[in-house]
Design a protein around this ligand. Structure first.
Ligand code: NAI
Length: 265
């Protein structure tokens, strides 16, 4: 493609994508509200608040693909979440609609959209959402918005409910939820390669022995995760005790966000 936009490009996943997705487009437009450093020859840097509709309108112009990582990435008071995750999503999709609906989008949703399911359950893409936090609710909103713009205007989005994309699992729950960077990169490559995407819900998880998420509904993507968090189990067991059986991070798929209270202003 000619131009790929990566939002949230100063963040953890955005920085990784900046390093590893350059081959997908002639030009990569990187955006964030935070500093993005110095542009490489194939990069364009745009400082932009997702809550600013006019700025987002200009941001998406001429972009054939968008990897949307920008947003508030954990639980917080609502005032910290709404601007980026609600207004920002509306601004992004309205901009894509106005610019001719030509962008295919990867939306970084979250396991916290379904975080109140029990760890004893295996769920697929058809289950009702069960958000575990205001943050999770904002991701459910984003998923609904993507679905509406697909049904009404044909704009294609891969809704990726990312588990835990970190270099290594940081606790025992992540033995189920972990996603390696390699598996995420391979997924995004497939999303932009496949001729017809639609608007699927994909669980962003590696091929972990302990995973709770069934991706059989998106087998048509041809994406096969290769990593398995089980290889970290021994070192994790040595570093920490597993959570008590009645603790939030042993009961709920969203872990401690499910038992956390509301973060008041
Ligand atoms: P991060 O917090 O490192 O990156 C998010 C980026 O968005 C930051 O650079 C931040 O400056 C930017 N941002 C925040 N508000 C903004 C605004 N109003 N306008 C423009 N930019 C803004 O988070 P991370 O881990 O890289 O996550 C990326 C996305 O993936 C987020 O949407 C997050 O919710 C989602 N996600 C990540 C998971 C993970 O394991 N890392 C798990 C589940 C979902």
């Amino acid at each position: 493609m000619k131009r790929l936009l990566i939002t949230g490009a100063a963040g953890r996943l955005g920085s990784m994508a900046r390093q590893r997705l350059g081959h997908l487009a002639d030009v990569v437009r990187l955006s964030d509200i935070a500093d993005l450093g110095i542009a490489a020859p194939h990069e364009e840097l745009v400082i932009c608040d997702l809550a600013d509709a006019d700025a987002v309108d200009a941001l998406v112009a001429d972009c054939g693909g968008i990897v949307h990582f920008g947003g508030h990435a954990t639980e917080a008071p609502w005032s910290a979440i709404g601007g980026a995750n609600i207004e920002g999503m509306v601004n992004l999709y309205e901009a894509v609609r106005r610019h001719g609906r030509r962008s295919r989008i990867v939306f970084a949703s979250s396991n916290h959209a379904i975080g109140f399911y029990r760890q004893s359950e295996t769920i697929d893409a058809d289950v009702p959402t069960r958000p575990d936090s205001l943050y999770g609710v904002s991701k459910v909103f984003g998923e609904a918005l993507a679905s509406m713009y697909h049904d009404k205007f044909g704009i294609e989005t891969a809704i990726v409910r990312i588990g835990s994309c970190f270099p290594e699992p940081a606790d025992h729950r992540m033995l189920a939820t972990w996603m390696s960077a390699d598996d995420l990169v391979a997924l995004i490559e497939r999303i932009f390669d496949i001729p017809v995407l639609g608007c699927p819900i994909i669980y962003g998880v590696s091929d972990n022995d302990r995973r709770w998420w069934d991706n059989s509904k998106v087998s048509y993507l041809g994406w096969r995760p290769r990593d398995n968090a089980e290889r970290f189990r021994a070192q994790l067991d040595a570093a920490m005790d597993p959570p008590a059986p009645d603790a939030g991070d042993a009961l709920y798929q969203g872990g401690l966000l499910a038992t956390d209270g509301i973060h008041e202003e």
